[in-house]
Design a protein around this ligand. Structure first.
Ligand SMILES: Nc1nc2c(c(=O)[nH]1)N[C@H]1C(S)=C(S)[C@@H](COP(=O)(O)OP(=O)(O)OC[C@H]3O[C@@H](n4cnc5c(N)ncnc54)[C@H](O)[C@@H]3O)O[C@H]1N2
Ligand code: MOO
Length: 414
């Protein structure tokens, strides 16, 4: 264990958990809703309960390709007479009669009068005489009308986020339009005179603006409506103007860079002037200079410019806010214990989110290996990882074989 303290930490810095609790008090679920076509529903949050206007399934049907018949007829017949067929989309038009059967396909309607289906593999057909191995019980291989949901039964409740399964459920009951909550609008921009767009040449001292791409990815995965305002130069007047435009058009303003104490770090300074700062700096690594406040009616989150810091603070601090504004419940991310492979360096002082690769050994036990260098500018440490290794404030250097807490990335981060 190291005895040295974190040179970048101060005892007064707020713990990230305390910050999250404070942040969540500052936002409310959006109240407005709108109607969208089902095809545009992925990721949206339902603003109404939805009941089925049909039975599911809508008619009795077969769950196997085979033969439909009356169960009782097998008790006194060696074979049954084949009198027709029922295909999915082409029901049997005739009438079910005693001592008969029809050929039936998976999903095809089961005619009234027949009550049981035997699968093709357990039947021998000799011209019109059908020899059927008796199934164990009446009703075998039949899916009954309304057995999943009855007409009027609730299928989805207000506040549900529409995923692939929900899209399918809504289509199953024939819904073409849904009422959903309005999407959270987030305006974001990068600050920094050194930043150049991809596709251009770099002059001395310049770097490509990567944060706008990772933030855009995170916002897209978080299902918000985003407004990319590009790069704003390190100039208080330009930042003031950008703040004004962003706050007029969005529920949340997100910036990257300029929140530290450098001579060209104006983001926080201008926020102090034209908005209000709720807090600045947390006991988190990476991401210490994260700034939070208000710009008019909009929420303001100032992400630190270092690329890993901006992703980590988005994930840990901004995402919970978006989730609350979307009207979704906060789900505590899954955490588990894994054996650290290799040594890990850390100063006591801040909660750290190092990046690792979580896997299982031959016995199925969890183990985690760091993704190499953990500098807050090394974005490949994120792209190679599938989890955070979370280290408490007090924790120092940690040696190979120690059990550590890991948090697998959820579907928002990849
Ligand atoms: N004297 C101190 N210096 C610093 C402190 C401190 O406490 N005292 N904190 C450090 C920490 S921790 C962080 S994190 C950074 C955050 O700084 P800023 O938010 O002001 O960000 P910048 O200075 O603008 O940039 C930092 C770094 O990131 C690069 N960057 C910025 N924007 C982008 C972008 N859009 N895409 C790619 N890379 C970007 C920038 O070039 C810098 O290298 O401050 C430390 N300093
Ligand atoms: O906290 Mo900063 O994000 O280490 O570079």
């Amino acid at each position: 264990m190291p005895t040295k303290a974190d040179p970048c930490s101060q005892p007064s810095l707020m713990h990230p958990d305390e910050a999250i609790a404070l942040l969540l008090k500052q936002v409310n679920p959006l109240e407005d809703s709108e109607v969208v076509p089902l095809s545009q529903g992925l990721g949206r949050v339902l603003a109404e309960d939805l009941a089925s206007s049909i039975d599911l399934p809508p008619f009795n049907n077969s769950s196997m390709d085979g033969y439909a018949f009356r169960f009782e007829d097998l008790a006194h017949n060696e074979s049954l007479q084949l009198i027709g067929q029922s295909f999915a989309g082409h029901p049997f038009e005739g009438e079910a009669k005693p001592d008969t059967c029809i050929r039936i396909m998976t999903g095809a309607p089961l005619p009234d009068g027949y009550d049981t289906v035997q699968m093709h593999e357990r039947v021998e057909a000799k011209e019109a005489a059908i020899f059927i191995q008796s199934p164990k019980a009446i009703g075998a291989n039949v899916r009954y009308r309304g057995e999943e949901v009855k007409t009027g039964g609730k299928v989805l409740v207000s506040g549900t986020q529409i995923g692939a399964a929900e899209l399918g459920v809504l289509a199953t009951i024939g819904t073409s339009q849904i009422r959903v909550t309005r999407q959270v609008k987030v305006a974001f921009f990068s600050t920094g005179d050194e930043l150049r767009p991809v596709g251009t040449e770099l002059a001395s001292g310049q770097i490509y603006d990567s944060n706008r791409y990772s933030i855009r990815g995170l916002l897209s995965r978080a299902n918000v409506e985003w407004i990319d305002m590009g790069v704003v130069e390190d100039d208080p007047e330009a930042i003031r103007e950008a703040f004004k435009n962003a706050a007029a058009n969005a529920d949340m303003v997100l910036t990257s860079g300029g929140v530290s104490v450098g001579d060209a770090d104006y983001t926080k300074q201008v926020l102090d002037e034209v908005g209000e700062i709720t807090f600045w700096k947390l006991a988190i690594k990476p991401g210490k200079p994260f700034a939070f406040g208000k710009l008019g009616k909009a929420i303001f989150c100032g992400l630190p410019g270092n690329p890993v810091s901006s992703m980590v603070t988005f994930y840990k601090l901004v995402l919970p806010l978006i989730i609350k504004m979307q009207g979704l419940p906060q789900v505590k991310p899954l955490q588990l214990k894994a054996t650290l492979k290799g040594d890990l360096r850390k100063y006591p002082g801040r909660v750290e989110y190092q990046r690792g690769i979580l896997s299982q050994d031959d016995k199925g036990e969890f183990e985690v290996t760091l993704t190499g260098g953990q500098g807050s500018g090394m974005l490949t440490s994120m792209s190679l990882a599938n989890c955070f290794v979370i280290l408490s404030q007090e924790q120092g250097d940690t040696s190979d074989g120690t059990l550590v807490t890991v948090e697998p990335f959820n579907s928002v981060l990849c």
